[in-house]
Design a protein around this ligand. Structure first.
Ligand SMILES: O=C(CO)[C@H](O)[C@H](O)COP(=O)(O)O
Length: 224
């Protein structure tokens, strides 16, 4: 068992019969989906919404019943990975490009569990480049707007020679902020910029963090 698997499998313990759940995206969320799939094959009845096309494919592979937002007005639980987790349980997410759907699912869930290997624990956010999802229309101007507001390197995410396109048809800019002094302030500022659809700062959303270690141990951190 590796650290990501330990965290993912532990989170699956919160999934109970009859729940509606959000399935996260990435290599740690993969293990949670795998375990939940195993539980479904043993008779667990749940319904799920996936946060990316990749996780939707995975859920189908494991016969996890999928629903849309038209069928429920909220979820009981969402489980997802993170790129950085700070001591206040604020996160940087979006390394895998799914931040918009991940945030939508997280904020509409009664409980949001973050799963991560111990390398994701940081004293302050910002060493990981902050993903910012922007609309393709006049994206050059949005990029310039960001550059005019913050004196840090911004980089349009690429997929080979092409610009990376999210599941929502948008682009991503990765911003090397370094230490982010106030994630809440930056989150608000970015959200207010026209052209920015969403950003990877998740502040005040997380209820529980499960950190996995290479020896298979897990550490549980609950919201204060
Ligand atoms: O936010 C995400 C995808 O948009 C992922 O949860 C995040 O990038 C962590 O991924 P991994 O578990 O593979 O390290």
């Amino acid at each position: 068992m590796n650290a990501k698997q330990a965290a993912g499998y532990r989170a699956a313990e919160w999934v109970k019969d009859g729940m509606t759940i959000g399935l996260g995206t990435g290599s740690t969320a993969y293990y949670a989906i795998e375990k939940i799939g195993e539980m479904v094959s043993q008779g667990l009845r749940i319904r799920a919404i996936a946060t990316s096309n990749a996780s939707e494919e995975l859920a189908k592979k494991y016969n996890i019943p999928l629903i849309t937002a038209a069928e429920v007005d909220h979820l009981d639980l969402a489980i997802d990975g993170a790129d950085e987790v700070d001591p206040e349980m604020a996160l940087i997410k979006g390394g895998g490009g799914a931040l918009l759907r991940e945030k939508l699912v997280a904020i509409h869930s009664d409980k949001f569990i973050v799963i991560a290997d111990s390398g994701k624990k940081v004293s302050s956010l910002g060493q990981f480049k902050l993903p910012i999802e922007i609309v393709p229309f006049t994206y050059e101007w949005t990029l310039k707007l960001l550059e005019s507001k913050y004196d840090v390197p911004f980089e349009l995410r690429k997929n080979g020679d092409e610009l990376y396109v999210t599941d929502n048809g948008n682009f991503i800019v990765d911003a090397a902020f370094g230490v982010i002094e106030s994630p809440a302030t930056l989150a608000e500022e970015l959200k207010a910029l026209t052209g920015v659809v969403e950003h990877g700062l998740f502040v005040g959303i997380t209820d529980t963090v499960i950190i996995g270690y290479e020896d298979g141990r897990t550490e549980l951190i609950e919201k204060k």
